[in-house]
Design a protein around this ligand. Structure first.
Ligand code: KG4
Ligand code: ZN
Length: 371
């Protein structure tokens, strides 16, 4: 492979309960394989770390092999190996990291360490596998093509099971957190409240489904942190309010199916309203800044980004600010996946930002940014 072609990267992510591998070529996703462990963790109502580690150990090799096979790429054709360094569950991260280090050593390829949150934030930049008959679709990784596509600064909204953040992307690699949850993440709150009504794990997608049958205004929830002048969020109060409401309702009479639907719809609405309220505040404040600091685009990433209602509510807030929302080209890129890790690694490769194969260690509490 000559140096003026985009890097062909094998990427691995084992940050939580998905064993994932992908092959990316520049920003193009050639293959993306995800072995989900959710069934396994159902009984525990959340991720059981020891079990997650065992399952990653079992799945990592076949998942990587399938990713290579689907991409029709051989190990020796690759340019680099990329792996998630953090944040995530320590025992889970360890498996992907060890596999990535070993593969990089065996193949003598450079190793790239990626921040999982940067993956979620940049996931909207991923492109599908190029169509060989469509030249314009081919690996648009050159800087000028990126320039046409992105107007900086960008506001990235990350909504996952572990994180809820507003991040200002000044350009690739230059980031500033503008606000974030001070307790539970949005996905975590949906999962915990969903568990209260026996929706299983993860409850977010089920809550979305059943909320369609319910009335959003049937039950009232508080709007948290409205008096605080910052753009931080908090979901623990909403979670407690949900618990109290359920206890009260159950005291009156057994819950009907419609009560459950209305509860799901009302809670989901309140949880999203909290985010969009803060988003509106942030954008209003941003409009007062000098023109080169004004947010030009808004990107959404992370598991909850798959939620259609959330996307619609965010779009409503963006409209008066003349902003459009960008979401990943397919839903699989919202939840944990290695394709987004390959995508970030593509940019790291351009900067020749490589990790030390011997000393690289997992960072379970890694914050947003580049190490
Ligand atoms: O990004 P992700 O896969 O993992 C983390 O990095 O945390 O996010 C998982 C979270 C879970 O809380 C799950 O319930 C939520 O994303 N989620 C959803 C939907 N799909 C996944 N929440 C609401 N609606 C969905 N459609
Ligand atoms: Zn994630």
């Amino acid at each position: 492979m000559t140096s003026n072609l985009p890097p062909l990267i094998l990427a691995i992510d084992t940050s939580c309960d998905e064993t994932s591998a992908a092959v990316t070529w520049g920003r193009n996703v050639l293959s993306s394989v995800i072995a989900s462990q959710t069934q396994l963790h159902q009984a525990y109502g959340g991720v059981y770390p020891t079990l997650a580690k065992q399952e990653h150990q079992k799945k990592i090799k076949p998942v990587v092999q399938t990713a290579l096979k689907r991409a029709q790429v051989k190990l020796k054709e690759l340019t680099a190996i990329a792996v998630t360094q953090g944040p995530g569950l320590a025992p889970a991260l360890e498996i992907g990291l060890a596999f990535g280090k070993k593969t990089a050593k065996q193949t003598k390829l450079p190793l790239i360490a990626v921040n999982h949150l940067e993956g979620h934030a940049l996931s909207v930049l991923a492109k599908p596998r190029p169509n060989p008959t469509n030249e314009s679709n081919l690996a648009p990784w050159q800087k000028n093509q990126l320039k046409q596509e992105i107007a900086w600064p960008v506001l990235a909204i990350i909504v996952s099971g572990g994180h809820t953040q507003f991040v200002l992307l000044k350009k690739i690699g230059h980031y500033q957190i503008l606000g974030q949850t001070i307790d539970d993440a949005l996905g975590e709150a949906l999962d915990k409240v969903g568990r209260m009504i026996n929706l299983g794990y993860p409850a977010g997608p089920v809550l979305e489904k059943i909320a369609k049958n319910g009335q959003v205004n049937r039950f009232k929830f508080p709007l948290p942190m409205t008096t605080q002048p910052n753009f931080n969020l908090s979901y623990s109060g909403l979670k407690t309010a949900a618990n109290n409401l359920l206890t009260q309702l159950k005291k009156q009479q057994p819950l009907t199916q419609q009560d459950i639907y209305d509860f799901a719809a009302s809670f989901q609405q309140a949880a999203f309203k909290h985010l969009t309220y803060k988003l509106d505040k942030l954008l209003t404040a941003n409009q007062q800044l000098k023109s080169n600091k004004k947010i030009q685009q808004v990107w959404l990433g992370g598991g909850v980004a798959a939620n259609i209602k959330l996307r619609a509510q965010i779009r409503q807030v963006l409209k008066p600010h003349n902003l459009k929302l960008k979401t990943p080209y397919k839903k699989q890129l919202c939840s944990d996946n290695a394709a987004m890790i390959g995508l970030v690694a593509n940019f790291c490769y351009q900067e020749q930002k490589f990790a030390n194969k011997k000393s690289l260690e997992r960072q379970p509490s890694m914050s947003f940014g580049r190490s």
